[in-house]
Design a protein around this ligand. Sequence first.
Ligand code: NZQ
Ligand code: ZN
Length: 386
Amino acid sequence: MNKFDYYNPTRILFGKDRLGELDKVVPANARVLIIYGGGSVKKYGTLSKVQESLGDRVVFEFGGVEPNPRFETLMKAVAIAKEEAVDFLLAVGGGSVLDGTKFVAIASKYEGEDAAELLKYGFAGPPVEEALPIGTVLTLPATGSEMNSGAVISYEKAKWPILHPLTFPQFSFLDPELTMTLPKAQVANGIVDAFIHVVEQYVTVPVDARFVDRTAEGILQTLIEVGPKTLADPDNYAARANMMWCATMALNGLIATGVPQDWTTHMIGHELTAMFGIDHGKTLAIIQPAVWKVRKEMKRAKLLQYAERVWGITEGSEDQRIDQGIERTTAFFEELGVATHLQSYGISASQIDAIVSQLEKHGMTALSESHDVTLEVSREILLQAM
Ligand code: NZQ
Ligand code: ZN
């Protein structure tokens, strides 16, 4: 096992009908800014429950955070936070709303001239020492944003990852019933996103991290079991609950402990979202199988372990088992209704150069756990994903 630091301060309040407890966890005298998305939380009554629970606190609202939250939109929320001396942010929505709120938390305390500067530090995180505290009410299980310190912000036709310990939510409400109103496509995106978060921390190289490997395998097997059930039977509480906790555990740092990580699929996927507007989860379903085909030698041991322990594949030569593991994964995504080829999204081989140029522009020239996914390898992956 590799050495690691593990830190996660987020309190989780899991289960149905708990929004009344917001009153206990939001500071009594807080001036709260509620941040939400395009209106689903209004339509389904979540926002009014949140407002009710906040009682007499001074509450402001900012709606309109779009999927793949945009810097310009978020700066409007920053203006309200500053003008109204807001001292607590409450995100109510999916990953985009939570991510956007994290950016607002940092930008509201930033004194530099151009808050876009905050986006340029990537995984190292911006050099800030203050942020507004955040709480969240999650309505879409997928990103893990409810229990991590990451966010992805869209700015100038690119997606900018931003990471800072001050943006861990203080608390997150996870009510599986709130996810029952999700359109099927979003549920499927969420299953794929959580699945890929796990494999990007698991299908790398072996480091004898037994607990973490088995935890990763447990999350994957649970997603394979409950994912299709949540689609077939949207009101199945047990399936929703398991799905929700899996998505959180997939990216809250636990299964990153002591193991290498390979975020190639996410980084190439981000370019596909920025250029073509393809949903985050769908970009991952396109790229991940192609990464495994191109990087088969490098990942051989873990691909074999994945095929055997996650899919129960024990027959055939090593290559056959690996190939079957990849095929089963692709079939799983397709069965969820998520297409796994670039062509299915109207993208042709002639556009690959442009995607590679964007990777270069954003410094994505040495991806993976071993930093040897060069632009040429990314090109091969994209060709494989056609
Ligand atoms: O905006 P509203 O009206 O709320 O509708 C949303 C949105 O249209 C809708 N929705 C959410 N909850 C709903 C609902 N509709 C009905 N019922 C509900 N209960 O779903 C749509 C998509 O929402 P969005 O928040 O964009 O989806 P998701 O949670 O998949 O978030 C995607 C964003 O997260 C980033 C992605 O890059 C993308 O920008 N990621 C963040 C990560 C992190 N912070 O750690 C990691 C991920 O890898 C990912 O990159
Ligand atoms: Zn993701």
